[in-house]
Design a protein around this ligand. Structure first.
Ligand code: UDP
Length: 461
């Protein structure tokens, strides 16, 4: 057992050392939307919005909270972020929850559920009390906290994964906790699991345009950022690049990208020839990624046009700059919650060839921001690669529309706005039903759901 494994698991609060001003986002979304956000926040001044998740670093949830909490604070809210702690056994079990909820079968024992999982949650809540107007519990890891009687406020469960076809054992284990909440939030309607009896809402993940990765690089900056890795890897900056950026994971389906690229190069001759650059990190807690990368490299053989950039230095700037310079990003996952990498590439003005899967469909609008394909349809993926390479002006136009699509829908202020609308509704500041709700519960039906936990709301008429 490691040192961290021996420590008592204890919920910890992350306190950001800075706040973000709404005005900082005006250059991206304009004055009107900023004023609207400030007006909404003004009616909620001093109210609480707490969040609980399972990691401070790594992963999309932590990435979003890192910016959303400072922005909410800048808007006058009491925004808090708590992180549950667990040992490696706990996270092995919650990784199993994650896989099982997404429909992947794996054995799981009662000892794992009630020992490693429930015991760790109980340790986490032993000396904790969270009091807030709205408490958002992110994903299954902290879900069992919901009925521990240590959270006071309207609890919402935010599901970041696809639970449309969950393993029933684990889903039915979690369902009582979830149905105890005042509402649940999903990325898209098709991800909603069965048996939910509470109000449901839709919120998309978002990116922070002020983050280093999402900086709008000039052509000169791109070349400066990429010069070290281009030199090291002997990459010719004058050749077109197709980029594939993701973890090495079976669902990311890099193998189809490689097959499509090989097919493209067999069928056509380009001068200068394009590169296919895979970027990905293996230094995650995923034990399978190293083997997957190795297999992919074997599949590529000694093709000098296929490159693998693994655990790159200066990751965020390199990823942002590569996305900016690439002719297209290819992201054809067989399963995908949202795919932030697609959002980031579109924001860099780069067209995306994406699979018709999960959240990718919200972002890649076929023929408008890129092309949608079936993830295993290698022939069509190759044909779409050819389109981007043969018609650079069209690729630029798709990218420009992609950037606009992200600007309207997937930037941080929109994420914060939706949570504030929920806070406004659940604190009874406004009676208006959030316009992103996914079920047809009326206001009075929602009050029935809430009554016992929210004594200040009026009785349903
Ligand atoms: N990413 C990165 N470097 C890499 C590979 C991925 O910075 O080598 C980032 C990528 O830019 C994105 C995130 O990791 O921000 C992946 O999020 P996504 O939602 O696309 O996939 P997930 O890994 O969460 O399934």
């Amino acid at each position: 057992m490691s040192e961290t494994d021996k420590k008592t698991a204890q919920l910890e609060e992350y306190k950001p050392s800075f706040t973000l001003k709404a005005e900082d986002y005006e250059p991206y979304i304009g004055k009107v939307r900023i004023e609207e956000l400030k007006r909404l926040a003004g009616s909620l001044e001093g109210m609480g919005w707490a969040n609980v998740n399972s990691t401070l670093m790594g992963g999309g949830v932590a990435e979003m909270l890192r910016s959303a909490i400072p922005l909410a604070r800048g808007l006058g809210l009491q925004a808090h972020w708590y992180v549950i702690k667990g040992n490696s056994k706990f996270f092995q079990v919650t990784k199993k929850f994650h896989n099982l909820l997404q429909g992947i079968d794996q054995p799981i024992s009662l000892e794992e559920i009630f020992g490693a999982y429930i015991d760790t949650i109980e340790e986490n809540v032993r000396n904790t009390l969270i009091t807030s107007d709205m408490v958002v519990i992110h994903d299954p890891q902290p879900a069992a906290m919901i009925m521990n009687g240590m959270i006071f406020g309207n609890i919402l469960w935010r599901c970041h994964i696809d639970t449309s076809t969950p393993n029933y054992i684990i889903w039915r284990f979690l369902l009582p906790y979830i149905n105890q909440c005042a509402g649940a939030i999903f990325t898209m309607p098709e991800f909603i699991g069965p048996g939910l009896q509470i109000p449901l809402y839709e919120i998309s993940p978002c990116i922070d345009p002020r983050a280093e990765k999402n900086h709008q690089y000039s052509d000169k900056e791109v070349l400066d950022v990429l010069a070290p890795i281009f030199n090291e890897q002997n990459v010719d900056s004058g050749r077109p690049i197709l980029a594939a950026i993701s973890r090495y994971d079976i669902h990311k389906n890099q193998s189809s990208i490689l097959k499509a690229f090989k097919r493209l190069c067999q069928e056509r001759t380009y001068n200068p020839p394009p590169y296919l650059i895979f970027v990905g990190n293996t230094a995650t807690d995923d034990p399978e990624s190293g083997a997957m990368l190795q297999k992919l490299k074997e599949q590529a053989g000694n093709n000098p046009d296929v490159r693998f950039w693994v655990n790159v230095k200066d990751n965020d700037r390199v990823v942002g700059a590569l996305m900016h310079i690439a002719r297209g990003l290819i992201h054809v996952s067989t399963r995908e919650g949202f795919g932030l990498v697609v959002t980031e590439a579109l924001w860099q003005g780069t067209a995306v060839i994406g699979s018709k899967i999960g959240g990718i469909k919200k972002q890649v609008l076929d023929g408008r921001t890129g092309y949608l394909v079936d993830p295993l349809d290698v022939e069509t993926i190759a044909a779409k690669m050819a389109l981007l390479l043969d018609h650079p002006e069209e690729a630029t136009a798709l990218g420009a529309q992609g950037r606009e699509h992200v600007r309207r829908n997937f930037l941080l202020p929109e994420l914060v706005r939706r949570y504030l609308v929920l806070l406004s509704f659940y604190s009874a500041t406004s009676r208006e039903l959030p316009d992103f709700r996914l079920d047809d519960l009326s206001y009075s039906e929602i009050l029935h759901t809430l009554r016992f936990r929210h004594p200040y709301l009026p009785e349903p008429s």
